[in-house]
Design a protein around this ligand. Structure first.
Ligand SMILES: O=C(O)c1ccccc1N[C@@H]1O[C@H](COP(=O)(O)O)[C@@H](O)[C@H]1O
Length: 219
């Protein structure tokens, strides 16, 4: 049976990392974009990562960072996967991934003029640019790049792409079942939907979200 993988993103506190791990998260994410309310320094992320047991991915989210900036973060924080969430071209992502030897996901930010064909083309463009590309993360197009809590139109996701994508953008305890049952993505990614305030997670919401995803997988 397919199990939808789950990433909890935007962690800033040790107790939130512990809550995500205890609830069964497959991946946890750290935001290295200094305009985000969820921004963490490389040193702070390194401290948090020290508490993470084996087999849980540690993901670093970057927005229009240079290879030097990503490399500087990696010197301190042992991230297993990169998430490029800005306007990075396939060539830019490929160059950074090659320089730091890390796999990456690219956020495809979906707006009112995005078509299913665009998503297929973006996936092909990033895949053909780099052997380090692992897949698209789908999010809602917003001015602040992400972490908006806003949902996009899931019907834009092509059926053939769904089993390879990470679905994000406005997921919550309330819509988790619907999202998994309608899209059947490889994984889901949530930030604001499991918060009590920006950057401060809610352990009960994390547990409820993960339970809802597990249940949706069985139906
Ligand atoms: O969390 C942020 O502040 C952020 C800033 C810039 C780019 C992306 C950001 N967050 C990511 O956006 C998606 C969706 O988040 P949400 O669940 O809608 O709040 C997720 O990957 C966040 O980590």
């Amino acid at each position: 049976m397919h199990r939808t993988r789950i990433k909890i993103c935007g962690l800033t506190r040790a107790e939130d990392v512990a809550a995500a791990v205890a609830a069964g998260a497959d991946a946890i994410g750290f935001v290295f974009y200094d305009k985000s309310p969820r921004y963490v320094t490389a040193s702070a992320a390194a401290e948090l990562i020290r508490t993470v047991p084996p087999f849980i991915s540690t993901v670093g989210l970057f927005v229009n960072a240079s290879a030097e900036e990503v490399s500087a973060v990696l010197e301190r924080a042992p991230l297993s996967l990169l998430q490029f969430h800005g306007d990075e071209t396939p060539e830019h992502c490929a160059a950074i991934a090659q320089a730091v030897k890390r796999p990456f996901m690219r956020a495809a930010r979906i707006g009112s003029s995005t078509t299913p064909e665009d998503l297929i083309k973006w996936e092909q463009d990033y895949r053909s640019a780099s052997p380090f590309f692992t897949g698209l993360l789908l999010d809602t197009l917003v001015e602040q790049y992400g972490g908006s809590g806003k949902v996009f139109d899931w019907s834009l996701i092509p059926k053939e792409l769904a089993p390879r994508v990470v679905l994000s953008g406005g997921l919550s305890v309330q819509n988790a079942t619907d999202a998994v049952q309608r899209v059947r993505p490889h994984a889901v990614d949530i930030s604001s939907g499991v918060e009590q305030a920006k950057g401060i997670k809610d352990a009960a919401k994390i547990a409820a979200f993960i339970s809802a995803v597990y249940l949706a997988d069985k139906t």
